[in-house]
Design a protein around this ligand. Structure first.
Ligand code: AGP
Length: 610
C-alpha cells in the first residue's frame, strides 16, 4: 500500500509532490521517488528508506519542472532498494504504482523475449514497458495506458508521464484508491485526501476501471474503453490543520486525545434521549427486512476486527440476531453460507483494506445485503455497500488505529440499538436507558484519558524491559485484551498476546512467571468474579499483574501489582473506556523504546493489497 501523487500546473512540482508524499508516508516508507518532466526526458530521483532520504538526494540533484509524479513505497515485489524504488522508467515513460500486477511474471517473460531489459525486481516496471511500447507505436499517453492495461491482471492505482507528451499526467485505477484534486490552472493527484488538502478541497474519487487525464486546463475522466465519464467534484469536510500534529509529539497521541470528540461527532444527530430514538437514516433496512435477517456476518481485519467482536456482543444483546465475526481474508475463501437473508457488516477505518473489500464483494455476489462502517468519506468499501454508517473520527494518520476504533464502537452501539428498536426487542424505557449511557461516554473518556496518561507513563517506565506481555479479558473486554496486545506489538515491537481469560488454564498459563507482566481487564460486570479468579491464578504463578478495574473496587489492589481504576459504566460501553489506558500504555512504551510510533516498521495505514 504505497502512496502515489501527481501534479500538473505552473508551480515547481517537487515541493508539492514531496509535501504530498509526506502526508501519505503512513501508507508505506520503504523508499520514495519523483519523476519530473524535463525538456528532453523526465528527471527521476529516488532513494531507499524514508522520505527524508529522497529530500536529501533532491538537494544534490534538483529536478526543476512543473509537471511530475511521485511515490512512497511499501514493498511487495522486490526488497526495499534504490533500484526497486518508484518511479520506474522505460524509454520515455515513467510510472508510479500502488497495487499488485498478478500476471507480472508472464508479462516480464514476454517483454524480455521482445528484447526488453529490466532494472528492478518489481511488478511495476512492466507497466512502464507496456505503456512505452504503445507510445512508441504513436499513441497518445491516455490511449497507450488503456492499451497497456488491457494486458494487465491485478490491482493498480498508477500515474505516468511521457517525454513526448508534455503537460500531461495520466492516472488509472482498479481496486486501489486514487483521488483527483481540482485547482485553478493546476491539477493534483493522490492516493488519499491528506495529500490534497493543502491545495484544494474539491476532489473527484476515481472509480474502478477509470482513467484520468490531467492537464493545466482541467481533468477528463474516461473508462478503459475510452468512453468519457462526467462526475461532479465533491467538497472534502476536513481541513489541512486536521492533518497536522496540533502540538502533540505524535499523531497517535493527538488521536488518542481526540477520542472524546470523535465519539461525540459520531453520535451527533443520531439519537434523541427525549424521544428514546436512534436516527440511522443512512441504514435503509425496513422493519420487514430487519425481521427477515436470519444471520449477520461481521467482516474486518486488525483493529476493526476487534471492534467487530464487540459489535457482535452488542447486536446479539440488543437486537437478538445471530451474529458471526470473521477475519475478512478467511471469510472470502471458506465458501461461506450467505444468502438473501444474510446481512453482512463490513468495518474499516480506511475503507480501502483489500481483504475486507474483496470479502464484502464476495458476500454481495452471494446475495447478502452489505452495510459498512467506514471513516473515510467515499472510500471504496463505502461506495460498494448498500448502506454506509460513517464514523466521524476525522483523519486518522497514526498507523496504529485509536480514535477510529472507539468511534466504530459508538457506531456499532447505535446500529445494535437501532435494529433492537426496529425489531421490538427494546422498548422506549430500555432504549432511553442505553442512550443515557452513550450520551455521557465522551465526558467519561475525557476524564479517563487525562487520569491514565501519566499513570500509564509510569507503568511504561516500570515495565520497559519486559520482553513479553499477556493481556486478559472476558466478555466485552476479551476483544479489548486483543486490542491492547495488538497496540503494544505494532508500535513498540514487544511481543504480546491477548487471550480470553478463561482460556488461560488450557495452555497459556504455562508462560507465566515473575518475568511475565499480565495485563488483566477486570472491570465490574457479569464476568467480575470469574476474571478475578483468573487474576489470582496468574498471581499464584508470580505473574506481575497490571489490573484495569472499576472505581471503588478495593479488592483488586490486594492482588494486583499495579491498578488503574475507571468509572463504572454499563458493560456494553466499558470497551470505550478500558481500551484507553491500553492505548496510552502502548504509546508510552513505544516512545520510551524510541520506535517510530506513527510509522512502525513493516506496517502501513491501509492495506490495499491482499
Ligand atoms: C491497527 O492499528 C492497524 N493499523 C491495522 O490492524 C488495521 O486495523 C487493519 O489494517 C484494518 O484497517 P481498516 O480499519 O482501515 O480496514
Amino acid at each position: 500500500m504505497c502512496g502515489v501523487v501527481g501534479y500538473v500546473g505552473d508551480r515547481q512540482a517537487v515541493p508539492i509532490l514531496v509535501d504530498g508524499l509526506r502526508r501519505l508516508e503512513y501508507r508505506g516508507y520503504d523508499s520514495a521517488g519523483v519523476a519530473i518532466e524535463g525538456p528532453t526526458s523526465a528527471r527521476v530521483v529516488r532513494a531507499r528508506g524514508k522520505l527524508a532520504a529522497l529530500e536529501e538526494r533532491l538537494q544534490t540533484s534538483p529536478a526543476p519542472g512543473t509537471v511530475g509524479i511521485g511515490h512512497t513505497r511499501w514493498a511487495t515485489h522486490g526488497k526495499p532498494s534504490d533500484e526497486n524504488a518508484h518511479p520506474h522508467t522505460a524509454g520515455g515513460v515513467s510510472v508510479v504504482h500502488n497495487g499488485i500486477i498478478e500476471n507480472h511474471l508472464a508479462l516480464r517473460e514476454r517483454l524480455e523475449a521482445q528484447g526488453r531489459t529490466f532494472e528492478s525486481e518489481t511488478d511495476t516496471e512492466i507497466l512502464a514497458h507496456l505503456v512505452d511500447i504503445e507510445v512508441q507505436a504513436g499513441r497518445d499517453l491516455a490511449t497507450a495506458v488503456r492499451a497497456a492495461l488491457t494486458q494487465v491482471e491485478g490491482a493498480y492505482a498508477l500515474a505516468c508521464i511521457a517525454k513526448d507528451q508534455p503537460g500531461v499526467v495520466v492516472a488509472a485505477k482498479l481496486a486501489s484508491p486514487m483521488v483527483v484534486g481540482l485547482g485553478e490552472g493546476e491539477q493534483f493527484l493522490a492516493s488519499d485526501i491528506p495529500a490534497l488538502l493543502a491545495h484544494t478541497r474539491e476532489v473527484i474519487f476515481m472509480e474502478d476501471g477509470e482513467l484520468a487525464v490531467l492537464t493545466r486546463q482541467g481533468v477528463t475522466l474516461q473508462t478503459l474503453a475510452g468512453e468519457l465519464v462526467e462526475r461532479p467534484p465533491k467538497t472534502v469536510p476536513w481541513t489541512v490543520q486536521e492533518a497536522e500534529k496540533g502540538g502533540y509529539e505524535h499523531f497517535m497521541l493527538k488521536e488518542i486525545h481526540e477520542q472524546p470528540r470523535a465519539v461525540t461527532d459520531t453520535l451527533a444527530g443520531r439519537f434523541s434521549l427525549e424521544r428514546a430514538a436512534v436516527f440511522l437514516d443512512e441504514v435503509t433496512i425496513t422493519p420487514d427486512q430487519a425481521r427477515a435477517i436470519r444471520r449477520i456476518y461481521v467482516l474486518a481485519c486488525g483493529t476493526s476486527w476487534h471492534a467487530g467482536l464487540i459489535g457482535r456482543l452488542l447486536i446479539e444483546r440488543f437486537a437478538r440476531i445471530p451474529t458471526e465475526v470473521d477475519l475478512a481474508h478467511e471469510f472470502r475463501y471458506r465458501d461461506p453460507i450467505v444468502d438473501e437473508e444474510t446481512l453482512v457488516l463490513g468495518i474499516s477505518q480506511s475503507g480501502e483494506t483489500a481483504d475486507t473489500l474483496a470479502s464484502l464483494k464476495e458476500a454481495k455476489r452471494r446475495g447478502a445485503r452489505v452495510v459498512s462502517i467506514v471513516n473515510v468519506m467515499d472510500a471504496s468499501i463505502a461506495r460498494m455497500s448498500d448502506d454506509v454508517v460513517y464514523t466521524h473520527a476525522g483523519i486518522e494518520i497514526g498507523v496504529a488505529s485509536t480514535k477510529a476504533f472507539t468511534a466504530q464502537l459508538a457506531a456499532l452501539a447505535l446500529l445494535a440499538l437501532h435494529l433492537g428498536r426496529q425489531l421490538g426487542h427494546l422498548d422506549e424505557a430500555a432504549t432511553r436507558t442505553q442512550l443515557k449511557s452513550l450520551a455521557v461516554l465522551p465526558g467519561l473518556m475525557q476524564s479517563v484519558i487525562e487520569a491514565t496518561d501519566p499513570q500509564t507513563l509510569d507503568l511504561a517506565k516500570k515495565y520497559l524491559k519486559a520482553k513479553n506481555f499477556l493481556f486478559l479479558g472476558r466478555g466485552m473486554n476479551f476483544p479489548i485484551a486483543l486490542e491492547g496486545a495488538l497496540k503494544l506489538k505494532e508500535i513498540s515491537y514487544v511481543h504480546a498476546e491477548g487471550y480470553a481469560a478463561g482460556e488461560m488454564k488450557h495452555g497459556p498459563i504455562a508462560l507465566i512467571d515473575e518475568h511475565m507482566p499480565v495485563v488483566v481487564v477486570a472491570t465490574q460486570g457479569s464476568h467480575y468474579d470469574k476474571i478475578m479468579g483468573n487474576l489470582q491464578e496468574a498471581k499464584a504463578r508470580d505473574g506481575r499483574i497490571i489490573a484495569i478495574g472499576t472505581e471503588g473496587d478495593d479488592r483488586i489492589a490486594d492482588i494486583a501489582d499495579d491498578v488503574i481504576l475507571l468509572p463504572d459504566v454499563d458493560n456494553a460501553y466499558q470497551p470505550l473506556l478500558t481500551v484507553l489506558p491500553l492505548q496510552l500504555f502502548a504509546y508510552h512504551m513505544a516512545r520510551l523504546l524510541g520506535t517510530d510510533v506513527d510509522q512502525p516498521r513493516n506496517l502501513a495505514k491501509s492495506v490495499t493489497v491482499e
